[in-house]
Design a protein around this ligand. Structure first.
Ligand SMILES: Nc1ncnc2c1ncn2[C@@H]1O[C@H](COP(=O)(O)OP(=O)(O)OP(=O)(O)O)[C@@H](O)[C@H]1O
Ligand SMILES: [Mg+2]
Length: 354
């Protein structure tokens, strides 16, 4: 228990000095302060016990992972009725007589301020580091469920993921509270969410924003021309990665370990367009051969039969194929070979002038 008071219109909390209001979030309010060890800390205040406990529980589980919000402690607050009335005038609806605080490490740089000044190559490098952290979360069976730029901060040039208030540990969840501009809202409305693929969609959307300064307009991910349109803005490799991460169908989104092997991350300033395309083709071949179901064999054969420039991402085309009278399902149910399926598709593609 620690005490909160107001003295000379200044908020005073035991053990802390220089307390300053920082930001009001959806469920919490953040203050910065200096603690008794002279560290700058973040004080997260809320009376939503579930929210604070979720943050704390995930932080404990992930304490050995670099790049995740660290906490020093949590306390229940005691506030007299008089102080509560004064606090409510200074910070409306922030404090109640059941409020608690989490005391955490403070990270001084926000995502946009940090990322906007980077070169494209550095942005891609930073994005890779973020994916690495998320891969570690997933390996620990933790799914963040609210990845977005305001939940990623930077500390000594390293990304740190914060705000585990909506994180889950189960593999499949019925729904998610998060319908931010970065999330796959259609997964939520469909009622069944694969949390790993939910995070991957959000990451794909973040990469899109890092490179284009805009989030993805939701309906465009269903458009078969999305990848080609994006390619003109961000190049072949980034367009492939973003569309692979933001597939409408969550099962078709690239898995996190595959994303870490994407050729976008081995690209250097010196690679030529031809090299990019060769690397992408090799990546897609490896990816599809690592998938054991027939759909991937189908995709693999398609990618072998087509040049990279006119057939950028077989998976993209598979979605198109899927949505167009479910020809692919039909092929599966009638035991049609993947090659027959491919020919059917290629004929169809010609008529579409993609
Ligand atoms: N450790 C920290 N260091 C520096 N700033 C922080 C820290 N934690 C939170 N903040 C700031 O406070 C903001 C809100 O925090 P947080 O994301 O935890 O709240 P929230 O209620 O979940 O917000 P939202 O619903 O918008 O995600 C962050 O976007 C960030 O700007
Ligand atoms: Mg947040």
């Amino acid at each position: 228990m620690i005490q909160v008071q107001v003295i000379n219109k200044q908020i005073v909390i035991d053990q802390f000095t220089s307390i300053k209001f920082l930001e009001q979030g959806s469920f919490i309010t953040c203050f910065t302060a200096i603690d008794k060890f002279q560290r700058k800390v973040i004080l997260t205040v809320s009376d939503n016990e579930r929210e604070l406990q979720s943050r704390l529980k995930m932080a404990n589980k992930l304490q050995n992972i670099h790049g995740v919000q660290k906490y020093y402690g949590n306390y229940k607050l005691t506030i007299s009725d008089y102080n509560l009335a004064v606090l409510n005038q200074l910070f409306p609806r922030v404090f109640t007589n059941t409020s608690s605080i989490l005391v955490g490490e403070y990270y001084n740089t926000n995502f946009k301020a940090y990322v906007d000044q980077l070169s494209i190559n550095k942005k891609i490098n930073v994005f890779y580091q973020i994916v690495q952290i998320v891969e570690e979360l997933h390996s620990n069976d933790v799914y963040h469920m609210d990845l977005k730029p305001s939940n990623i901060l930077f500390h000594n040039d390293q990304p740190v993921i914060i705000d585990f208030g909506l994180a889950v540990e189960n593999q499949i969840v019925e729904s998610s509270l998060n319908t931010s501009a970065y999330s796959p809202k259609h997964d939520v409305y469909a009622g069944q969410v694969f949390p790993d693929k939910f995070d991957i969609f959000c990451l794909g959307n973040i990469l899109h924003e890092m490179l284009t300064k805009q989030t993805i307009f939701p309906s465009i991910i269903k458009d078969p021309k999305f990848q080609k349109l994006l390619q003109t803005k961000v190049g072949t490799l980034a367009a492939n990665l973003i569309t692979g991460m933001t597939k409408w169908d969550q099962e078709q989104r690239y898995p996190i370990k595959i994303i870490l092997e994407h050729p976008l991350f081995i690209k250097s300033d010196l690679t030529s367009l031809q090299e990019d395309e060769n690397n992408l083709k090799e990546f897609l071949n490896n990816y599809t051969s690592s998938q054991s179901d027939s759909s991937s064999i189908f995709v693999q054969q398609l990618s072998q039969n087509c040049s990279c420039s006119d057939f950028q991402d077989p998976y993209q085309e598979l979605v198109l194929f899927n949505t167009r009278e479910s020809l692919y399902d039909l092929a599966g149910s009638q035991q049609m070979s993947s090659i027959q399926c491919g020919i059917l598709f290629m004929e169809d593609e010609d008529s579409l002038d993609l």
